[in-house]
Structure formats: structure tokens, C-alpha cells
Design a protein. Structure first.
Length: 337
């Protein structure tokens, strides 16, 4: 009889699947971030997650360094998990078939229906091979996107983002994007206060702007070439006001066309898409941390009307503002949807 892997029944159980040759940084990211999440966003609060590392068979797992990782658990951990995270492996870098190796397929078959499954870096190759990404949007490390697209044409590959969220299946880009993905899952589970506390104690940004397009090698710009950070700082101080593309470009003394190009190079998105994202993030904070009516939240964030806020919120998060507030603050009389 298989030994019980998780020992705290009340906590969300995260199983991390490690395969040879693994990147230790990815394993550390998952344990560090989920391990820091505490009830009430307090260092003294009860841990919200229990994390267990597993492999296809217990024992030492090779890494890309000069050491191995001793993994105590086999694939039985996958059968008990509420979230499964598949790390990258050297096997993914050389994969030339869309089929899963039999031992890996048997291990993934242990995952219960409805369990959340995520991948870091090229771990997306595993999820795609298992058919979990068919018809969904996914990402992986930019160096392997061409091969990924060739092997898995039924997956909607987005090579520019840091992570994707299709509800029960999530993917991230390069290994450090695992930080963004884990913080996103913590934020989705427990709100911005808990995720922000984890980010602060881990000394990482709670949310990184842009996508992995900003990390792809390009010609180095002239030393004197201006950036767009002043325009972003200016906009963040007045999100409640109408802000035009022309105003942003004027803050940097650029033409709209030149500003838009530089902005995309630096952030991986258009100026107005970035502005909408910042307004949605502010709306999330206000919905979680205040009793402000939705109409007031819409005005405070520059999204205008409650209807406009609902539309943007549903597009970005898949829920209404009232449903989001209920999830992260609980229902209360007098709150408007």
C-alpha cells in the first residue's frame, strides 16, 4: 500500500514532478513561493500550502549542476495533489515526438480529474504531449517555440507572454517565469494581499510587466536612446484620469509611432494594453481591500463606468468584479455588483 505523501489535510496540496535533468532553480521557486504563503498574509499565519516533490521513481534525480536531488516520493504524490506542477527537463530540449514516454504517461494518468496542472519552462512539452493543452493557449521558453509549434499544432502557442492561464491548466515561459506563474496562482487562490506578502518576503516584484519578448536578443540601442519609464511612472500616478497615447508619447518627447515601438520593445505590449492592465490590477486591490462600490472602483481606476469595468474584468480574469470580491473578501450587505 502506498504511503501517504501529504500530512496536513487542511492545506492545498502541491505536487512538483521532477525529471532528469532538472533545473534546481525551478524546484526552489515552487517550494519557496508556496512555502511562504500564509493565512492572513502574516509571517505568523498558518501555511496555506503543502508542497511535495516527486519523480517517476523515488531516488536521486540528476540536475544540470554537479549534484543530484534526493526525491523521496514516487508518482503516488500526483494522485493526492490539488495542484501538479511539471518542471522542465533535458528530455524536453531534445524531444522530437509528440508522444509521451510510457512511464511518464502512466504517472500523469494518476492525476485526479479537475486537478489544476501547471508547467514551468519546457514542462509545457509534457502537458502538450498529454493532450492537456489541445485547444488552449500556452507558452514555453522562446528558444523552443518553433519546435513546440511544429510538434503540437493543436495548441494555441503564445511565445511572447510570461505565463498563460486557461483555468485548470497553466504554463510559463523560461524558468524564472515560474516565479510569475506561482505568484499568479497564489494570487488567484488567496488574493493580492497574500501574493504581495510572498513577493515582498521573497524580494521579487509581485507582478512583472510585459512578456518574454523583452528577453529575446536584439540589436543594442544607442546609449543616448531614450526609454519610456518616465511615461509609465507618470501614468501610474493618475490612472483615474483619461490618458491618451499622445499624452504618453509627449512625456518622452517622442512621436506616437516611435514611442509605441520603444514601449513594445521595453514591455512586450502596447502602451494602451499596459495601461488597461495597470487599471485592472488597481481594481483588484480596491475590490479586495475596500468596500468601495463597483461604480466608484471604475471611476478610481480610470475604467469609467461599472459596465466597462465588468467587461475588462471578465476579459482579463474570467469573472465579474462582484464574484472576484466575494471570492477574496466574502459576501457583505450593500456591495454592488
Amino acid at each position: 500500500m502506498a504511503m501517504t505523501v501529504f500530512t496536513h489535510p487542511g492545506r492545498h496540496r502541491v505536487a512538483v514532478l521532477a525529471r532528469a535533468v532538472l533545473l534546481p532553480i525551478e524546484l526552489g521557486i515552487v517550494h519557496q513561493l508556496f512555502g511562504q504563503a500564509r493565512q492572513g498574509a502574516s509571517a505568523d499565519g498558518e501555511p496555506l500550502y503543502e508542497v511535495a516533490t516527486c519523480s517517476l521513481a523515488p531516488g536521486d534525480v540528476r540536475t544540470d549542476g554537479d549534484f543530484t536531488v534526493a526525491v523521496a516520493h514516487g508518482p503516488e504524490a500526483l494522485a493526492e495533489a490539488d495542484t501538479v506542477i511539471v518542471l522542465s527537463s533535458y528530455e524536453d530540449y531534445v524531444q522530437e515526438s509528440p508522444e509521451l514516454p510510457a512511464p511518464l504517461a502512466e504517472a500523469l494518468a494518476l492525476i485526479r480529474p479537475g486537478v489544476r496542472v501547471a508547467s514551468i519552462c519546457t514542462g509545457a512539452f509534457v502537458l502538450a504531449s498529454a493532450g492537456l493543452l489541445d485547444g488552449r493557449t500556452a507558452t514555453t521558453h522562446w528558444r523552443y517555440t518553433e519546435r513546440f509549434a511544429r510538434l503540437f499544432p493543436r495548441v494555441g502557442l503564445d511565445p511572447d507572454v510570461l505565463y498563460t492561464d486557461s483555468g485548470s491548466v497553466l504554463t510559463s515561459a523560461g524558468c524564472a517565469s515560474g516565479i510569475d506563474l506561482c505568484l499568479h496562482m497564489i494570487r488567484r487562490d488567496h488574493g493580492t494581499a497574500v501574493a504581495g506578502d510572498v513577493a515582498r518576503r521573497t524580494v521579487v516584484p509581485p507582478h512583472r510587466e510585459g512578456g518574454q519578448a523583452q528577453f529575446i536578443r536584439r540589436p543594442v540601442p544607442e546609449r543616448s536612446a531614450p526609454g519610456t519609464s518616465a511615461a509609465r511612472d507618470w501614468a501610474l500616478r493618475r490612472l483615474q484620469d483619461p490618458i491618451t497615447l499622445g499624452q504618453l508619447a509627449a512625456r518622452e518627447s517622442m512621436s506616437v509611432r516611435h514611442f509605441t515601438r520603444r514601449f513594445r520593445e521595453e514591455s512586450g505590449m502596447t502602451p494602451m494594453a499596459w495601461l488597461t492592465r495597470q487599471r485592472i490590477e488597481l481594481a483588484r486591490e480596491l475590490l479586495e481591500e475596500s468596500d468601495m462600490p463597483v461604480e466608484q472602483v471604475a471611476a478610481r481606476t480610470g475604467l469609467g463606468t461599472a459596465a466597462n469595468l465588468r467587461q475588462h474584468f471578465h476579459t482579463a480574469l474570467g469573472v465579474s468584479p462582484s464574484a472576484y470580491r466575494t471570492t477574496f473578501r466574502g459576501p457583505a450587505d450593500g456591495r454592488q455588483s
